[in-house]
Design a protein around this ligand. Structure first.
Ligand SMILES: [Zn+2]
Length: 120
């Protein structure tokens, strides 16, 4: 993982931190392009699957490829959730829920701080 990460990025990727809701600078980004992992440049999501879930975190209905992420059961904070980690570097990205509006039924709820946006 890169040494150039900010404290917040490091805290999310390595310590499973969560940025404050509505704080992320990519939350309302509507430009076309690809969202990558800030830790390793792995391609995670595209703008085509991004939507506004109202949750306060960037939300996606699908992943870029089957090499984008892995999921893991997360029972911290007294909740049963599915953690989303980067397929390549294993960094924590966010969680995935089964209440998405599209035909995938998925809502990938991802921390903006660990996303790197590459404009098309
Ligand atoms: Zn990564």
């Amino acid at each position: 993982m890169k040494n150039s990460l900010t404290k917040e990025q490091f805290d999310i990727l390595k310590n499973k931190g969560t940025e404050s809701a509505f704080s992320g600078k990519l939350l309302y980004n509507k430009e076309e392009g690809i969202y990558k992992c800030v830790g390793c440049d792995n391609k995670l999501f595209t703008s085509d699957e991004k939507y506004d879930s109202g949750s306060g975190w960037p939300s996606f209905s699908d992943i870029y490829s089957d090499k984008s992420i892995k999921t893991k059961l997360d029972i911290s904070f007294g909740m049963i959730r599915t953690e989303v980690i980067c397929y390549n570097c294993g960094g924590h990205l966010g969680h995935v829920f089964n209440d998405g509006p599209s035909n995938t039924g998925k809502r990938y709820c991802i921390n903006s701080a660990i996303l790197k946006f590459k404009k098309k």
